[in-house]
Ligand binder design. Structure first.
Ligand code: SLL
Length: 253
């Protein structure tokens, strides 16, 4: 189908935008999280599902609205969030008792001329992960389950590309800096850079990336050592087999 206008796609260009999606959850408790009046008897948790920029940067300049499809047992399960103040998360607050898969649909701004994109998030209400991770969540008595994701726009339309990379109003000072309302490059354009360092509840940073690479390199080095030792063992066993075969041959003769 031809695009509804004379827009041209930028051949050979790919541009991505990062975002974070997930949920927080808290058990109802008279002191720490009292049940709001009117909450059904069987609801044991309050929770929030969200889509937002990394470190709460603005994503509304490319993401127009988000539709969350909740479990059928929840009244009005289809929730659409739009017209946000830039830099605030797309989110739905709810209460309930069970975990389920939430369908999340991202709609881009009209200039993108792209179809919406669907993905899924498992609503976590209970501590999850390794035993140590579960312990931390139990101590904090709250759950955070979030993922970093990147949307890749392949050969975007010109006008959309310009909107993605156009300069935004920024404060004084030089160099790349983080601003409420978007990550801004040194020349003032919007970029997809992620923060240099992590903060509690905001682990998506260069620092985390570096640590992950270090962890992978260490694992690779360990595997190389294990592999070398396995090769040695194999060689010794092959020698042994050869020797035994020769011995057997001697007996048989
Ligand atoms: C389960 N497959 O069996 C899941 C279903 C359903 C969660 C979880 C009800 C909320 C409401 C609610 O929490 N449903 O009535 O508003 O665990």
């Amino acid at each position: 189908m031809a695009p509804p206008n004379n827009q041209k796609r930028l051949k050979g260009i790919q541009i991505f935008r990062p975002f974070v999606y997930g949920n927080t959850a808290k058990l109802f408790h008279p002191q720490t999280n009292p049940k709001p009046p009117g909450t059904p008897e069987d609801h044991t948790y309050s929770w929030t599902v969200f889509v937002k920029g990394v470190d709460d940067t603005d994503i509304t300049y490319w993401c127009r609205k988000v539709q969350f499809k909740l479990h059928e047992s929840i009244p009005n399960p289809l929730r659409t969030i739009e017209n946000l103040v830039p830099g605030t998360p797309f989110e739905v607050h709810a209460t309930g008792w069970g975990e389920f898969e939430i369908q999340i649909k991202l709609y881009y701004i009209p200039e993108a001329l792209e179809k919406p994109q669907t993905f899924y998030h498992h609503l976590h209400l209970h501590p999850y992960g390794t035993d140590a991770e579960k312990e931390v969540m139990k101590l904090q008595s709250s759950i955070l389950s979030q993922c970093y994701e990147e949307i890749v726009f392949n050969e975007p339309y010109e006008q959309f590309y310009d909107l993605l990379t156009s300069p935004v109003a920024r404060g004084k000072g030089k160099g790349t800096k983080m601003m409420k309302g978007g990550m801004v490059g040194s020349s003032g354009e919007r970029t997809a850079l992620i923060p240099l360092s992590s903060r509690p509840d905001q682990p998506f940073s260069r620092e985390t990336e570096k640590l992950e690479i270090k962890r992978l390199m260490e694992a690779r080095a360990k595997i190389q050592v294990m592999n070398a030792s396995a090769q040695e063992d194999l060689k010794a066993k092959e020698e042994e087999l050869k020797r035994l075969r020769a011995e057997l041959k001697g007996i048989a003769l």
